[in-house]
Design a protein around this ligand. Structure first.
Ligand code: AMP
Ligand code: TRP
Length: 340
């Protein structure tokens, strides 16, 4: 029996940080290893060009994200791992969906409204249309489950609306996807614990590739309060609470146990030990990634393998869409010939 399709991805907009790992990647690996789904994990490079970018860097960034996926435990045998722009059907289906998406629905999208402020110098049509391309990504593979963060729920709801609209207006060929919201820790910036750890503020990020000494230095300089007690209170002590969540992420030690372990210790001691926990926690990932990047042709082979598999499904779906819309001829019925 065919397993339900699970689909997710990230934009290649810079190095991945531990927020991306604990907030998404770790969860994907567990979903993959549960064996319950046919998983697709892609790199959303066409989405990423809706913000300003450097063409000299873009492809390298996509390759790097694929390497991060694999080093974190995504398996190119178990899952289909690919780069969005290598499958032209994403853009093709997005156009078709554009023609049934109400303008008013897109105007309500909070990410577009936010980005219109944060990137006011570059409010392009692609940025506005971003959620339709996202709907195409998901619908192209008959996706049933999409693990996403809370910030993407509105886009997924729109995807469902578009699927229903298509099914109502034409033939029911679009699978309505369900979001999969798992409880994940939201990690905050080391330099400003009231803000989310985000690539847009690199000084507050711990990157998966950071060298041990960089990690030690960043943790040492992490912003905390002056109370000097290792107690978990996100409202009163957001900096220390964030560091404790990071500690828990790497050790699985419950917060209460961390409090007990560091009762009476000052921040210096806690930070020093946390830094070592992170260094050791990231080491296996870093070793796997270095090996992968060194092995000549390996990452290219993985990307090509994923492209082939994704392309097969995308071609079938797009053919079905074109026939449904009446813009392509119906395929000829295969005549069954009886063997003698
Ligand atoms: P982004 O880097 O914003 O494109 O996010 C990629 C994925 O990582 C999304 O699934 C986010 O929900 C997740 N993510 C990003 N930043 C954080 C963070 N600070 N804490 C937890 N999850 C995060
Ligand atoms: N918009 C998502 C993000 O910024 C990335 C993305 C694009 C995506 N298309 C998708 C995620 C389809 C899940 C499914 O994180």
């Amino acid at each position: 029996m065919q397993k339900p399709v699970l689909f997710s991805g990230m934009q290649p907009t810079g190095k991945l940080h531990i927020g991306n790992y604990f907030g998404a990647l770790k969860n994907w690996v567990e979903l993959q290893n549960s064996g319950r789904y046919q998983c697709y994990f892609f790199v959303a490079d066409l989405h990423s060009i809706t913000a300003s970018f450097d063409p000299a860097e873009k492809y390298r960034q996509s390759v790097e994200v694929i390497a991060d996926y694999i080093a974190a435990g995504i398996s190119p045998e178990k899952s289909i791992v690919f780069i969005q722009s290598q499958i032209p059907e994403h853009s093709e289906l997005a156009w078709v969906l554009n023609c049934i998406t109400p303008f008013g629905e897109l105007r309500r999208m909070t990410q577009f409204k936010d980005k219109s402020t944060t990137q006011a110098e570059n409010i392009n049509v692609g940025l506005f249309d971003y959620p339709v391309l996202m709907a195409a990504d998901v619908l192209l593979y008959d996706t049933e489950v999409v693990p996403v963060g809370e910030d993407q729920l509105q886009h997924l709801e729109l995807t469902r609306t578009i699927a229903r609209k298509f099914n109502g207006q034409f033939t029911k060929i679009m699978q309505e996807p369900e979001p999969l919201l798992t409880e994940v820790p939201r990690l905050m910036s080391l330099s400003d614990p009231l803000k989310k750890m985000s690539k847009s503020m690199p000084e507050g990020c711990l990157f998966l590739d950071d060298e041990p000494d960089v990690i030690r230095d960043k943790v040492k300089r992490a912003v905390t309060d002056s109370d000097a007690k290792v107690l978990y209170s996100p409202s009163k002590k957001p900096g220390i609470a964030n560091l404790m969540r990071i500690y828990r992420g790497f050790t699985n030690l419950p917060i209460k146990e961390i409090e007990k372990k560091y009762a009476g210790a000052n921040y210096g001691v806690f930070k020093k030990e946390l830094a070592e926990v992170i260094v050791e926690g990231l080491r296996p990932f870093q070793v796997r990634k270095k090996l992968l990047m060194k092995k000549s042709g390996e990452i290219d082979r993985i990307i090509e393998k994923g492209r082939k598999k994704a392309q097969k499904k995308a071609t079938e779906k797009m053919d079905q869409v074109k026939v449904t819309l009446g813009i392509a001829k119906k395929p000829m019925k295969k005549t069954v010939t009886k063997s003698a």
